[in-house]
Ligand binder design. Sequence first.
Ligand SMILES: [Zn+2]
Length: 471
Amino acid sequence: MTDTQNQRPVSNHAGDDAATLPTTYAPAEVEGELYERWVERGYFTADAGSEKPPYTIVIPPPNVTGALHLGHAFQHTLMDALTRRKRMQGYETLWLPGMDHAGIATQNKVEQQLAESGLSRHDLGREAFVEKVWEWKENYGGRILGQMRRLGDGVDWSRERFTMDEGLSHAVQTIFKRLFDDGLIYRAERIINWCPRCLTALSDIEVEHEEVPGELVSIRYGEGDDSIVVATTRAETMLGDTAVAVHPEDERYKHLIGRTIKLPLTDREIPVVADEHVDPEFGTGAVKVTPAHDPNDFAIGQRHNLPNLSVMDEHGAITVHGPFLGLDRLEARSAVVGALREQGRIVAEKRPYMHAVGHCSRCHTVVEPRLSLQWWVKVAPLAQAAGDAVRDGKVEIHPKELERRYFDWVDNMYDWCISRQLWWGHRIPVWYGPDGEVVCVGPDEQPPAGEGWHQDPDVLDTWFSSGLWPF
Ligand SMILES: [Zn+2]
């Protein structure tokens, strides 16, 4: 095939010499050009002043760092078919494209780039780093958009948006302020998923659970008749235990409930508490309670008013004074077991135990449940409204039998941690004053000025903004 043949238009007008057409259709040679022609002629551009009935789809914004995968291709095919059909039916159609800023993923890309020159984001400082990320976005962030063109997505490129655009940032701040004023956003110390490498809180979907072989160790707390055996795969967390919990009806431990026992390797006495949620059939029927390092234990701690004792820093190193100080959590694990063994406290060990361990989806580090002061959205009233919309028939789910799955989801939500210890993203619009003031600033308001005022350093979870995208 010659170049001249390549450049011929595909349409076979009457009078064209059919013999010069290629014998097989080669989409790669014609689609790109055809697509650009459609875009140039404004076939996908919506007219806001049109008299026709409107039909609009907003694209679920893909990550700026990403490449399209099969799921996108499937989703885009559906949206494309729907908008094109409506357009032919006489609707004014808009399929709105855009991307989200993918907080942690994008920050990681730029941090990796800096690391190649031996730098960290702290060497640059916040402002310069954020500028670097914008640069990265301009240079590498458009891959997914090129792929959408290649797929032939009939989107209105004149309206392309990005979650960090001014308009969307304004919306983010507006909604934050509204939820804050309504008491639906609050700050509290809770257990979150923490990546000791990325040094940020992660959402549940940023944690990948993998079955990995662990080792169950049984440890004896207390002395003689007053001793209790607990089992754990994370022996190092025993340094932060503040109780042992047993079932209230468990005859083996009834005499100990309300009393204290000595916690090995420390000089602390911890109480034995009775808790309905402990399964007396599982293991010894007694569980160690580490409220600052385990979400279930945190819940037990709340029920029994136990202190939350953090024993690791943000990097996962032990902070308890003594022989384990400064050890990484994994080194500490074997060191703690070794010390317990020396004291004759190990009842059983080296029992293989497969268990699900959370890994950071960005860097694969083992996630540490960590007690930390974060911002939260009170989800229940919002989820209730989302459930009611379907219960009241305002929104229909097709096929209908999937309603149950929807209700399982919206009726079982817990509060959402929205703060991230990152620099790339929408910064939390809250200022703290020198006398403990906490002021949430709306998008058209001036932040408080003067000595001692500073803005919260964290940014919002990317989903806080991409979730507002349709509005
Ligand atoms: Zn990580």
